[in-house]
Design a binder for this molecule. Structure first.
Ligand code: GTP
Ligand code: MG
Length: 374
């Protein structure tokens, strides 16, 4: 994965979107070999270690209180790693701190175990996991105990009904704690042939590749956002220099708007932005070829009129007209912080200032209409 991240970063930094797409495709094909890491968590004594042993196919094994996160490889699926975590109650940590301490980032998904109704700690943990865009399932353990109790206490015992009552009670409780449509599985860690154990295992098997695909997507999104943010920063830094250069260039009035700007400089800058952000016709074409997504579909995704086309003066003027005047440019510039160079430039040259604002506006619109607001 580390290697993949580096290569992906390089490909994106060099605007080689085709190479990036190829890397992602290869990575997906290696999916089966990619480790999948499951965390088993929940309150102290809820039956986590017993459940982990059952997942590993071990029977009647003794467990002791878990003090440190412990990793086990699944005997049939060596790429599946199961982590037995200490109970959140043993740590006195908040859900945030707990997740940090157990190094949550390395987990692909979480199983939250409880031997009663789920408690506030469980729900808090689930919410934090959800915020991290990771998945979680609830396991209600020690169902064998409930069945024995019910058999003893009730004259007319019906297992199906008892299980339904427990499941509904757990789901209700979690929904009251603001967890939407929780998935709850009833198990006995002492016998994996009983209750929902098999259903949970089948679901895990089915969802494993999907989880990985999502993890990959998230990784790529993070890498690209990181790379693109840096590029945006670099472009932002250049704006002052471009505007400074414009102070020596010829300012032309934009027809229909009451501002004069250095169009030659603006053109140069927009072409550079397009290239640097991987939005030129050429880079989009190679992305389309590498991914099999048509140019039309790509263009529909990216809404800026400055994307994937040849930059012409008409086009740039058209976009600038959209903001009507220097006032419009100023309004478009929400966080107008003038750099030191531009600050001194304003009294010297109004057109350089307008050019500066125009450049900021163009970068912003190209940026936001492609990658969303930040
Ligand atoms: N009958 C029955 N007993 C269970 C089940 N799961 C766990 N136990 C028992 O409950 C006790 C606690 O189980 P553990 O698996 O150690 O619980 P844990 O969540 O790992 O506990 P900590 O590591 O201390 O947080 C043990 O005595 C287990 O034998 C179950 O499904 N059925
Ligand atoms: Mg334990």
């Amino acid at each position: 994965m580390a290697n993949f991240c580096e290569e992906m970063k390089n490909a994106l930094q060099n605007n080689n979107l085709a190479a990036a797409a190829k890397l992602a495709k290869e990575h997906l094909e290696n999916l089966d070999k990619v480790p999948l890491t499951i965390a088993v968590t929940g309150e102290t004594g809820s039956g986590k270690s017993t459940f982990v042993n059952a997942l590993r196919g071990l029977k009647n094994s003794d467990v002791e209180t878990t003090m440190e996160p412990t990793e086990y490889l699944h005997p049939d699926y060596p790429n599946v790693k199961i982590w037995d975590l200490p109970g959140i109650g043993t740590t006195n940590f908040t859900a945030d701190k707990y997740l940090e301490t157990v190094a949550f980032k390395k987990f692909d998904f979480f199983i939250i175990v409880s031997d009663t109704r789920f408690r506030e700690n469980d729900a808090k943990l689930a919410q934090k996991i959800q915020n991290l865009k990771k998945k979680f399932y609830f396991v209600r353990s020690k169902i064998d105990h409930n069945i024995i109790d019910e058999k003893r206490d009730k004259k007319e015992f019906n297992e199906e009904e008892t299980l339904k009552l427990i499941r509904d009670d757990c789901i209700d409780g979690l929904e009251q704690l603001e967890i939407k449509s929780p998935k709850v599985f009833l198990v006995s860690g002492k016998d994996r042939n009983l209750f929902d154990f098999d259903a949970l295992w089948k679901l895990l098997e089915k969802e494993l590749p999907e989880h990985k695909r999502e993890a990959l997507l998230l990784a790529v999104t993070n890498i690209s956002l990181d790379v693109i943010n840096r590029k945006k920063e670099a472009l932002n830094d250049k704006i002052q220099l471009y505007a400074l250069a414009s102070a020596m260039g010829a300012a032309v009035p934009i027809p229909g708007i009451s501002i004069t700007v250095d169009l030659a400089i603006i053109m140069k800058f927009v072409v550079e932005c397009q290239k640097s952000l991987g939005l030129s016709a050429e880079s989009l074409q190679s992305l389309s070829e590498a991914t099999g997504v048509s140019m039309e579909e790509l263009m529909a995704e990216i809404k800026s009129p400055l994307t994937g086309v040849k930059i012409t003066t008409e086009l740039v003027i058209g976009v600038l007209r959209g903001c009507i005047s220097v006032g419009g440019l100023m309004a478009a510039e929400e966080r107008a912080r003038l750099g030191p160079i531009i600050g001194t430039l304003v009294p010297m040259s109004l057109s350089a200032f307008s050019t500066y604002l125009a450049l900021r506006y163009l970068l912003k619109s190209l940026w936001e209409e492609t990658y969303g607001t930040d």
